[in-house]
Design a protein around this ligand. Structure first.
Ligand code: AP5
Length: 223
């Protein structure tokens, strides 16, 4: 499966990408996690990216396209993927299209998760993440059974620097200006499936799965 997850900051892309990757036995490629790991290791990429991430703005397209090209070509046996956080601009979407054309592996589906803005702010302000295994929690709706520690690996959970209220405001504005236009971009290409992202996490997963199955049936019907 070759899937892109789109949606505003905090909509649940990471949460759902992890579940879908597990369900379909494929890999999740999260550009946000890759960048945070580079920041943690203080690599040249991390040092450059941090300046943008701290302000809630996007890392330049050239850097991101190079990073994703590397990830896609490192896939074992050209298996599928769930792309979480990429593309985020029209230039990134064009570059991804060219890359996939070259290896004759077009995208199967683009899922757009939709949640209202007050709920996005609630989700981001209560999010806690595991710095070691990247598992995502929420202090109210998805707390860790081990309190301030990760259920899976025991590491101490942290709040992301860019989840501060003023940075969240900027990230939401950047999403509206630079990423929302991708909805029309993928709608015009017949790839977009809109999903209501409100409600229990399991319900959202099932909605996505139903849409993926419908998209599959449509593809089979066309071939
Ligand atoms: P990135 O890490 O991709 O951040 P984002 O897109 O802003 O998305 P988030 O990770 O904040 O949210 P999410 O949608 O994954 O939600 P989650 O599942 O965690 O990017 C960070 C930065 O890196 C960017 O600002 C940019 O600077 C840079 N960057 C990354 N990619 C880039 C690119 N391609 N180009 C340029 N720059 C790039 O859920 C949020 C919370 O809600 C959690 O607490 C979760 O438990 C909870 N939750 C999830 N689902 C539900 C539900 N159904 N009900 C209740 N709570 C829920």
């Amino acid at each position: 499966m070759r899937l892109v997850l789109l949606g505003a900051p905090g909509v649940g892309k990471g949460t759902q990408a992890q579940r879908l990757a597990q369900r379909y036995q494929t890999v999740r490629i999260s550009t946000g996690d890759l960048l945070r790991e580079a920041v943690r290791q203080q690599t040249p990429l991390g040092l450059e990216a941090k300046r943008y991430m701290d302000q809630g703005t996007l890392v330049p397209d050239g850097v991101m396209i190079g990073l994703v090209r590397e990830q896609l070509s490192a896939r074992p046996g050209r298996s599928g993927y769930v792309l979480d956080g990429f593309p985020r601009t029209i230039a990134q979407a064009d570059a991804l299209g060219r890359l996939l054309d070259e290896c004759r592996e077009p995208l199967d589906t683009v899922v757009d998760l939709e949640v209202n803005e007050p709920e996005l702010v609630r989700r981001l302000s209560g999010r806690r993440t595991c710095p070691k295994c990247q598992r995502v929690y929420h202090v109210e709706s998805a707390p860790s059974a081990r309190g301030a520690r990760c259920e899976a690996c025991g590491a101490t959970l942290v709040q992301r620097d860019d989840d501060r209220p003023e940075t969240v405001k900027k990230r939401l504005a950047v999403y509206r200006e630079q990423t929302r236009p991708l909805l029309d971009y993928y709608r015009e290409r017949g790839l977009l499936r809109g999903i209501d992202g409100l409600g229990p996490v399991d319900d959202v997963t099932e909605r996505i799965v139903r849409q993926l199955e419908a998209a599959d049936r449509q593809r089979v019907g066309r071939s």
